[in-house]
Write a protein that binds this ligand. Structure first.
Ligand code: AMP
Ligand code: MN
Ligand code: MN
Ligand code: MN
Length: 297
C-alpha cells in the first residue's frame, strides 16, 4: 500500500484545499495519508472527513520548524497531536502573529525594489491563518516579476530575516509530546550533517522524546533512505516517509505518494498503527507533565 505521511494544504503554504489533497492522494492510490501543515491544524477536520468518505487511512499531523542546528534546519513532524491542545494552539497563534509582522516587512522590502503589492491582493489567496512567503511568490509570478516560485524565492524572498518563526528542538518535541503526539524528524537531509553528526543528533533528540525519522522522502534514493534508516534503527526511532507535497505550483516536481520522478516508495501500511502505539506509550496516552510551561516562542 502506498503511504504518504507528509503533505501540505492551503491552510499553510500548500496550493490545494485539504479535501482536494485527500482526493488527489486517493486518485494516486495512496492508502494511508497524513496532512502536516506548517504551524497549523486547521485543515485536519476537513481532510479527515474526506479521507473517511474515500476510504483513505488518515493520520492527523503538523510540521513545526525548530531552530537552526549547525548549517542546516530541523523540522519536526507531530503525528496524532490533539487538535485542541491549548499549548500547541497558542504556539500556532503566536507564529501566525509573527508571520503577520513579517508580511508587513516583506511589503516594504518589495516596495524598495519597486514592486507594489497591496495587502488586499495578497490576502485574497490566504485561506487559513497563515501568511506564507508562498503567497507572495504567487503574486510575484502572476505579475511577471518572477518566472516561478523558486525564482520568486531566489530573487525576493530569501533574506535571512524573512525566515519563518521557530522553536528550539526541545520545545518542539515537548510540545508535540504534551499534545499527545509522536515527534518525528522531517527530511533529515535538511540538516546538512555528516552521517556521524546526524547519528549523534538523532541520539540526543531521541533522549528528548523524538520517536521517528522521515527516512523516505520525495528526493531520496534507496541508498540515502538506507543510511537514515540505519540511524533510526540504532536509536529506536520509527522509520516514516512522505512526499512533502505542496502542489505543482509551489513544488512542481513533487507528486503526492511518489515524490520526485517516482523516487519515493514508502509502503509500510503498519506505520499508522505503530505511530498510534507510540503516541499512547505504555498503558495509554501520556499524561501531561505537571508544571509544563507552554511556550511563548
Ligand atoms: P514560509 O513558511 O512562509 O517562510 O515559507 C516557506 C515555504 O515556502 C517552505 O515551506 C516551502 O514550502 C516554500 N519554499 C521555500 N523555498 C522555496 C523555493 N525556492 N521554491 C518554492 N517554494 C519554496
Ligand atoms: Mn512548506
Ligand atoms: Mn519541512
Ligand atoms: Mn513539509
Amino acid at each position: 500500500m502506498m503511504v504518504d505521511l507528509h503533505v501540505h494544504t492551503y491552510m499553510s503554504d500548500g496550493q490545494h484545499s485539504p479535501e482536494d489533497v485527500v482526493s488527489m492522494a486517493w486518485a494516486k492510490g495512496v492508502g494511508l495519508l497524513a496532512v502536516t501543515d506548517h504551524d497549523a491544524m486547521d485543515g485536519l477536520d476537513e481532510a479527515e472527513a474526506a479521507a473517511r468518505r474515500l476510504g483513505v487511512g488518515f493520520v492527523p499531523g503538523i510540521e513545526i520548524s525548530a531552530g537552526a542546528v549547525g548549517d542546516g534546519k530541523l523540522h519536526i513532524l507531530g503525528y496524532y497531536v490533539d487538535r485542541l491542545d491549548a499549548a500547541l494552539l497558542r504556539l500556532n497563534a503566536e507564529f501566525a502573529r509573527q508571520r503577520e509582522e513579517r508580511e508587513d516587512m516583506i511589503y516594504g522590502r518589495l516596495r524598495d525594489k519597486g514592486i507594489i503589492i497591496s495587502k488586499e491582493r495578497l490576502r485574497r489567496n490566504v485561506k487559513g491563518r497563515i501568511v506564507s512567503r508562498t503567497h507572495f511568490a504567487r503574486v510575484l509570478v502572476e505579475d511577471g516579476h518572477a518566472a516561478d516560485f523558486a525564482d520568486a524565492f531566489d530573487r525576493y524572498l530569501s533574506e535571512p530575516e524573512m525566515d519563518r518563526p521557530k522553536v528550539s528542538p526541545e520545545r518542539g518535541i515537548a510540545l508535540i509530546r504534551e499534545a499527545g503526539g509522536v515527534a518525528v524528524m522531517a527530511h533529515p537531509s535538511s540538516l546538512k550533517m555528516s552521517h556521524a553528526d546526524l547519528d549523534d543528533l538523532a541520539g540526543r533528540l531521541a533522549g528528548m522524546g523524538l520517536m521517528g525519522m522521515e527516512c523516505h522522502y520525495c528526493s531520496y534514493g534507496r541508498e540515502e533512505t538506507g543510511r537514515y534508516a540505519a540511524i533510526a534503527e540504532k536509536h529506536g526511532l520509527a522509520v516514516t516517509g512522505g512526499s512533502d507535497f505542496h502542489g505543482e505550483r509551489v513544488k512542481p516536481r513533487v507528486e503526492i505518494g511518489t515524490g520526485i520522478d517516482g523516487l519515493l516508495s514508502f509502503t509500510d501500511e503498519g506505520i499508522g498503527e505503530t505511530l498510534e502505539k507510540l503516541r499512547g506509550g505504555v498503558g495509554g496516552r501520556s499524561a501531561p507533565k505537571k508544571g509544563f510551561k507552554p511556550i511563548e516562542a
